[in-house]
Design a protein around this ligand. Sequence first.
Ligand SMILES: [Zn+2]
Length: 333
Amino acid sequence: MKFKNLSTQTFDSIIGLNDVKKQIKSALLLNRHIVLVGNPGMGKTTLVKDLATALEPQTLNDCPFHCTPTNPVCPSCLKKTAKTKNYKGSELFIRVQGSPDLTIEDLMGDIDPIKAMQFGPLSEEAFTPGKIFKANNGILFFDEINRCSQRLQNALLQVLQEGRVTIGNFDLDIPVHFIFIGTMNPDDTNTEPLSDVLLDRFDLIYVHYPDTSKEEMEIVKKYGKSLVNFEDKLFANMIQFIRNLRLNPNLERFPSVRASIGLYERSQAIASLNNHKKVKPLDIMEAMTSVLAHRLKLKPSLAYSTTPKEYLQSEFNQFCEGVGISLSSDEVP
Ligand SMILES: [Zn+2]
């Protein structure tokens, strides 16, 4: 796999995170497998999708295994010479969504009942290759790898170790060659922890919150919808309030950038319904519970005495007092 001018790629879908981008580029330069680690709503998926655009086009066989023309590996290309096809980088970027329901057959392939009747149940022809083969000579993007079953993780480990997929029932043993890019959310509780041997196959790259308020404001404006005027000063304060929550020692789960976008949009929508020409602090307050309360988690010691909703409101009141924002509602709209 080759990338177009990796050193000069800026991966602009994500603003900032230059250190993370550099780590990714350095891993991809030598085709190393990586897993991006970070909480939801940090732009991991967007970042990986951007990588697909940097993948060079390739000429490969027009078969479901994406065989290299000079060294075909699949049963059909081994039997007769296949046509070649020019694949765009994006066609060599295969996304798999990790979930407990994802089966080994989804990933590796399965029997096609109609072909099985025609060619016999254990024939090579009856085998329909799974997504892992489409990633051959490209990128296998595995979103939320740690949400997959232990069984599937073990099957994947075998592929990464041996560089080939072995399917016993079909007597198939086919080499595959791809770059693995995974993501995982370290705080997800519905997960199967990755085994040490599987982790040993990857480099881990930690995706963090935007470095500065300014960057976060830029991201929110780029991805958030606009409805009514949101003055920069109040907007900057809203972002700062969310960034402060991320440092709050009373919390153990924090609002993401997606939460900032949500609050930006919903505050404007509330302002519009309140017939305000521009967003007011009380509009933010009104939108806040629905956008933020479920996205943060209070430390157990605090969770006994207050709810996320009450806690947020009191934090916002204190924040407004501190920066001199008035929450009174008797101003002219
Ligand atoms: Zn082939």
